[in-house]
Design a protein around this ligand. Structure first.
Ligand SMILES: [Ca+2]
Ligand SMILES: [Ca+2]
Length: 85
């Protein structure tokens, strides 16, 4: 694995990545079923994975995953993050 700057996964505790992958059901986290994760939905998802994670840390992760910076995470962006993390 090549070195890179801190990623969202670095903020999570060991083992969290396993939980992300097992819980990585986009539809489960997309509460209102609009096929996009809003910051609010994403924060809920992250807080579920690591309750000690701050909202600010969650938002850092959100912007990391929202690669086209339109303010929402699409399924493609979510999967790209999981595959690339
Ligand atoms: Ca949504
Ligand atoms: Ca986006």
């Amino acid at each position: 694995m090549t070195h890179k700057d801190r990623t969202t996964l670095d903020y999570l505790k060991p083992g969290a990545e396993e939980r992300i992958r097992s819980r990585a059901d986009f539809d489960f986290n997309d509460r209102d079923r609009d096929h996009q994760l809003t910051p609010e939905e994403f924060i809920r998802f992250m807080a579920d994975l690591d309750p000690e994670m701050s909202k600010e840390e969650c938002l850092i992760g959100f912007h990391e995953i929202d690669t086209n910076e339109d303010g929402v995470i699409t399924l493609d962006e979510f999967r790209a993050w999981l595959d690339g993390a």
